[in-house]
Design a protein around this ligand. Structure first.
Ligand code: AMP
Ligand code: ZN
Length: 113
């Protein structure tokens, strides 16, 4: 049984506010936005984290960045934005399904945290 919350969002079992969808990628609004624009981009198939990206499944990661570039234009983020993926405990990953936070509409500090 798959208890992964983002797999359930990808299948529609759990509702989300979608901003993008195709056969392999879903984009939806983060429930706890950290910026005026804060969406999560996920592969529809389960990949746990960056640790699990392989030559066999990495095409969807490249595709996610193509989607991000398209969405940045749609959202009017001409002044820039930030894309973050947290990996594992030290990375602060709370949902164990690969996701990219795309945040914009304000300036960000560096380093984060
Ligand atoms: P991370 O800490 O990098 O694993 O990020 C998980 C993100 O998922 C957090 O920013 C949460 O606010 C977000 N999140 C958790 N559950 C949901 C949900 N059901 N719908 C939208 N975003 C969610
Ligand atoms: Zn999953």
């Amino acid at each position: 049984m798959n208890d992964c919350i983002f797999c359930k969002i990808a299948s529609g079992e759990i509702p989300s506010t979608k901003v993008y969808e195709d056969d392999t990628v879903l984009g939806f609004k983060d429930l706890s936005p950290q910026a005026p624009v804060h969406v999560l981009l996920i592969p529809k198939t389960h990949i746990t984290s960056v640790d699990d990206v392989t030559p066999e499944n990495s095409a969807v990661v490249a595709h996610i960045f193509e989607v991000a570039a398209k969405l940045a234009k749609e959202f009017g983020l001409s002044n820039g934005y930030r894309i973050v993926t947290n990996c594992g405990e030290d990375g602060g990953q709370t949902v164990k399904h690969l996701h990219f936070h795309m945040m914009g509409g304000r300036a960000f500090g560096w380093p984060a945290g």
